[in-house]
Design a binder for this molecule. Sequence first.
Ligand SMILES: [Zn+2]
Length: 491
Amino acid sequence: MASDQESTLSTSLPISTNQLLEDDLPSSSSSALLSTAGHHSSPRKTAASTLVFISLVVTTAVALSAAAAFSFLFFSSAPNPSPHSTAALSSRPLSKLKHPVVLIISSDGFRFGYQYKSDLPNINRLIRNGTEAERGLIPVFPTLTFPNHYSIVTGLYPAYHGIINNYFTDPIDGDNFNMGSHEPKWWLGEPLWETVSNHGLKASTYFWPGSEVHKGSWDCPNNYCMPYNESVPFEERVDTVLNYFDLPSDEIPSFMTLYFEDPDHEGHQYGPDDVRITDAIVEIDTLMGRLIHGLEERGVFEDINIILLGDHGMVGTCDKKVIALDDLAQWVKIPKEWVQSYSPLLSIRPPPGYSSSDVVAKMNEGLESGRVANGEFLRVYLKEGLPNRLHYSASYRIPPIVGLVGEGFTVKQTRSKGQECGGAHGYDNAFFSMRTIFIAHGPRFARGRKVPSFENVQIYNMVTAILKIEGASNNGSVSFADTVVLPTHSK
Ligand SMILES: [Zn+2]
């Protein structure tokens, strides 16, 4: 599918050609030649042969220059298979800080494209002077908040980091995971704050799923690890991060997180096209302005690697776009006790004694019968039969039956009247609407560079590359990280 193709391609497209074109091919070059030609082609009548000769020379010159220009375009636009093309670019030295710093900022549910809803001077400043995933960052499946935030900081797909949904039941011990669960047993893999502190460096987390869990040498230290409290004003979160830069140099964290619940909140409530989304985006931009200004006051803005991203996108949901499991009753009855989650990630665990493959076959028979409303917008799989690109089978926590729901559709147990319009995420990560933003600014990111879309499991290796520490093994690729992060002069 598209996303797989793009992420594969992205490894061979380390640099945008647009920037090269703008820098190296002044648009005036060909028109300048043409005007010279015009000047030469006004000879007197008596010099007809000279005219022919000059015309030929000029035509040849124009043709050659056009050919040169077009060949430049052609070769510039061709995929560059070698990461060495970035070698000409290298990181900028730190001016004030004594060690590299990465600040990851998550704006929850910041769908790719929201950045065009309004003039956003601060976000656009980061884009203009930084590196951007030109068509957005691809979330992991399921495109939900907890699985994605934890993939960003571990480099692992949910099947491997264990957070396979926002809520789930462990089928072995029957324990329930929810977004307030901080027991280490749920949270597999090695998140960045743990990697960083294992290397003797400091990390700080102003909210992030998993950050309050004690793992390895990370014990969620006071003042560096904020217990989640959604009522803390966004400005206070920004100011706390700024205050870290007032500390003595060796106490400034090398890795920091900052999290905002918006615009996800508005997206769910009103859908992605509501004016209140625009308002929320403008507020995020204002917060970026507050951050940039505070960092500039401290003389460290250009020293910090800021990665502004989201966890997933958002798509509008509305009445009539519902698939009701009760409508399948004549093929197979699915009691609500079997259903771990409905929508947009349908996951079902039939009790012992039932064959999951029978249930899948009967559900799909009903859905394909043409007699179930919107049946064509749900396809049910045994988890092992899901497309490989979703990487969603290798965990005992994932229920045996998983449904892929059509973009913008909702699965419910029972059809009911008067559905509200709103927004949702959690769908197949191949949907463009599920994409979010990746904007990176700082000494290890090229200015004005566009990179192709990539999956968020690549970010872990980018951070360890910037901090020059060895990371835990993960699903990202080191060579890919090197195509986005600039090399340093000395390694
Ligand atoms: Zn989210």
